[in-house]
Design a protein around this ligand. Structure first.
Ligand code: FAD
Length: 695
């Protein structure tokens, strides 16, 4: 890309307007439960969340004549609408040159281990359809003159399966899908937060019957919390990831996800030990990921202490200027922190160094107007003295300008434009950033149709735990599209979502209300802002990129204590408009307890450093080195092969977190389909594996 891209094109890809929502239908009736006058909305199928995954599920259902409704805490909130990076990535099978190999792609998707093999294949083979249908809806993915999609290489991607519309790929996806949802006239209730799932029957024999939500516009003297009942026969969790779990976070504000809601409903979670951490600007300002060209142009990275002194701290870690600069560049496509990349002076030493500077209370910046300072005693930075892969990339990209900002202007002017929209001018000023939590790989456990352990409940997108310990960049967005479609196919085949249910659900509603009132205690000594501060600090301090067995074990105990205290005292709130937040923080306390319980279990079993966490241990076999010598405080346990073969599941049973494990589901890569043999299963719906109850 060069500067010749006209401003209106840059504007269209960075300043993406969302469609206007239409007025949602009124309640079918009202129901009085425990003195509350609650509006009742009836729908065959309900989707919680209007990110890219939820909208995909809703649109695909409606096309199959499912009676579907969307509720959303914030229509254009969440990560899909509000997050991105220099080139926000969609990972799909390569459609250029000689095409792709789905088996190889599936192997790459599950390459980090702890992922079901059939799920990886589903995501690989489904990616073509996910991408093509987005293009059909108008998503402007870049093509060459013969129709091939332009590709590049990203995290955990050796082939180059990444493509992008620019910084705001996922917002453009939301826009295209939302326009389709509106065109299809899908009822959409904005500012409506699910707080309780209603089921009938016990445990895994249960079946969903509805959701209790907080919808402030329905509040009245007879309904002071603004409760709303959505009665449904099928339910899709698409509430995104639990961004509010961490203090140091690049998630947009207000991303709570649904792990606590799911645990309370009896749903099983998987792989919630696995998250992504990496460099970005924090949500206190404008939260944005700093991978790709932001670092490939090799800006000067430095810190500033309380007295205003600058520190060239990366120079203390790498042995030569060339090594330092080349590893800053590699953060472009080795974005997530990975413990093993702290070794041998690789790229995660950059994250470690930044993390340690932040711990010292220093602020860390990227300066696009300065090339990196030299490592003390070594030669100055030069584009001619870079590792071969780095020099060759920059040369091919034509990024040989004298300063990082000119290289960025040349390679990706959208990256500059984007920050400008949020009043951050990286042409003029250095950019403050940090190592942050960005994504949860785990979530609600689902099978290859997106089904959970409770009949009628499905999960898609970041709410679902479909990824393993690592994932290729862009595969989160792909997984949401593929599973959104599969869930819709399954719900349509089950016939459960065809018409609104009419059974009496006052029993489960009364039970849910009782639980809610236990939490909402205006006189409780536990204020919701204190719950937030405690949970976020504990997660960032003890479950970030560097963990210790003792730190995690004691954090787990503290998390249990907090959940117990909330159970006994509830959470206080100042006004009725805080009721939804109070309930969400009670659920976040549970979610954090679940993550720490699973992590503690993993570490206690001898689990090694995998994905985005280093398990620091004085007896660990791996010892990162810096220019100044070994770094014994981050000696860590290496990854164990056996941990790649299994997954950790957790659920809440009788108030206790219970853990189980199972090996990854296998997939026979040599099995061949045979048209005449396999056709009947498609024709009769056999492929959906419908149980006698229909789901
Ligand atoms: C900075 C950043 C950069 C990223 N870059 C990439 C990338 O390049 N490629 C990639 O594949 N992934 C990337 N990701 C991850 C990816 O963006 C997310 O995994 C994905 O957008 C999640 O989509 P979703 O539809 O599942 O959830 P979201 O888009 O988060 O949507 C969740 C929806 O649920 C609603 N909601 C939440 N709770 C409730 C509730 N209780 N009741 C009702 N509604 C609720 C929210 O309002 C929202 O509408 C990035 C993430 C971040 C933070």
């Amino acid at each position: 890309m060069s500067m010749s891209v006209p401003q209106h094109i840059l504007n269209a890809l960075t300043d993406v307007d969302m469609p206007r929502l239409t007025t949602a239908p009124k309640a079918a009736q009202h129901m009085t439960v425990a003195g509350f006058d609650i509006p009742v909305f009836r729908t065959g199928s309900l989707v919680i969340g209007s990110g890219a995954a939820g909208l995909r599920a809703a649109v695909e259902m409606k096309r199959r004549r499912v009676d579907v409704t969307i509720i959303s805490q914030s229509a254009w909130g969440g990560t899909s609408a509000c997050s991105g990076s220099d080139k926000q990535t969609l990972h799909t099978a390569n459609t250029k040159d000689q095409g792709d190999n789905f088996q190889a792609m599936a192997a790459a998707i599950r390459g980090g281990g702890a992922m079901d093999e059939d799920t990886a294949y589903v995501e690989a083979v489904g990616s073509i359809r996910a991408m093509a249908s987005l293009q059909y809806l108008g998503l402007p993915l870049p093509q060459d003159d013969l129709g091939g999609t332009l590709r590049y290489q990203t995290d955990h991607d050796e082939v180059g399966r990444a493509t992008s519309c620019g910084p705001r790929t996922s917002r453009l996806m939301v826009k295209a899908l939302a326009e389709e949802a509106l065109r299809l006239d899908i009822p959409f209730y904005n500012q409506t937060t699910a707080v309780k799932v209603l089921t009938e029957g016990q445990g895994d024999q249960g079946r969903v019957v509805g959701v209790l939500a907080i919808r402030p516009t329905t509040s009245s003297d007879a309904n002071p919390y603004g409760l709303a009942l959505f009665q449904c026969a099928a339910l899709v969790f698409a509430a995104g990831g639990p961004g509010e779990l961490y203090r140091d976070s690049v998630f947009p504000n207000g991303c709570f996800g649904s792990l606590g809601l799911a645990l309370e409903a009896g749903l099983e979670l998987v792989n919630i030990t696995e998250s992504q951490f990496g460099i970005g600007t924090r949500r206190e300002g404008f939260p944005w990921n700093l991978s790709g060209t932001y670092v490939q142009v090799i800006p000067h990275i430095y810190s500033v202490d309380a007295d205003g002194h600058e520190h060239h701290f990366l120079g203390d870690y790498y042995r030569t200027t060339q090594e330092m600069a080349s590893n800053v560049f590699r953060k472009g496509y080795q974005w997530p922190f990975h413990a093993s990349r702290m070794l041998d002076f690789q790229s995660s030493l950059v994250d470690l160094a930044i993390f340690k500077e932040s711990k010292k209370g220093r602020r860390v910046f990227m300066d696009f107007n300065r090339n990196p300072l030299p490592v003390p005693g070594d030669q100055p930075f030069s584009l001619d003295r870079l590792d071969d892969d780095v020099r060759s990339y920059l040369t091919h990209a034509g990024a040989t300008q004298a300063t990082p900002i000119d290289r960025l202007r040349h390679m990706n002017p959208l990256a500059i434009e984007l920050y400008k929209r949020y009043k951050v001018d990286i042409v003029a000023d250095p950019l403050e950033f940090a190592v942050n939590n960005q994504h949860m790989n785990g979530g609600i456990a689902v099978d290859t149709w997106g089904r959970t352990n409770i009949a009628g409940i499905y999960a898609v997108g970041e709410a679902a735990g479909t990824h393993g310990a690592t994932r290729p960049g862009g595969s989160a967005l792909n997984a949401g599209q593929v599973f959104g479609t599969r869930v819709a196919e399954h719900i349509a085949a089950s016939k459960h979502g065809q018409t609104p249910p009419s059974a009496d659900v006052s029993g489960p509603t009364a039970d849910a209300l009782r639980d809610i009132e236990v939490t909402l205690q205006s006189a409780s000594p536990i204020a919701l802002r204190n719950v937030r501060a405690e949970v976020q600090a504990r997660m960032s301090d003890h479950a970030g990129i560097l963990c210790t067995p003792q730190g995690v074990a004691s954090a787990r105990k503290e998390a249990e204590k907090l959940s117990d205290l909330i159970r006994q005292n509830g959470i206080s709130f100042a006004r009725h408009s805080e009721v939804g937040r109070a309930l969400q923080w009670q659920q976040m306390a549970l979610a954090s307890q679940a993550v720490l319980t699973a992590l503690d279990y993993y570490i206690a079993q001898g689990g090694g450093s995998r994905g985005a966490r280093a398990i620091c241990d004085p007896d660990g076999a791996a010892l990162p080195q810096a220019r100044s010598g070994p770094l014994p405080d981050v000696r860590f346990r290496p990854e164990r092969e056996e941990d790649k073969q299994t997954q950790i599941f957790i659920r809440l049973q009788n108030g206790e977190m219970t853990i189980t494990t199972r090996p990854n589901r296998k997939f026979d890569a040599n099995a061949k389909s045979f048209f005449e043999r396999d056709w009947p299963a498609w024709l009769t719906g056999g492929i959906y594996d419908l149980k006698s109850g229909g789901a």
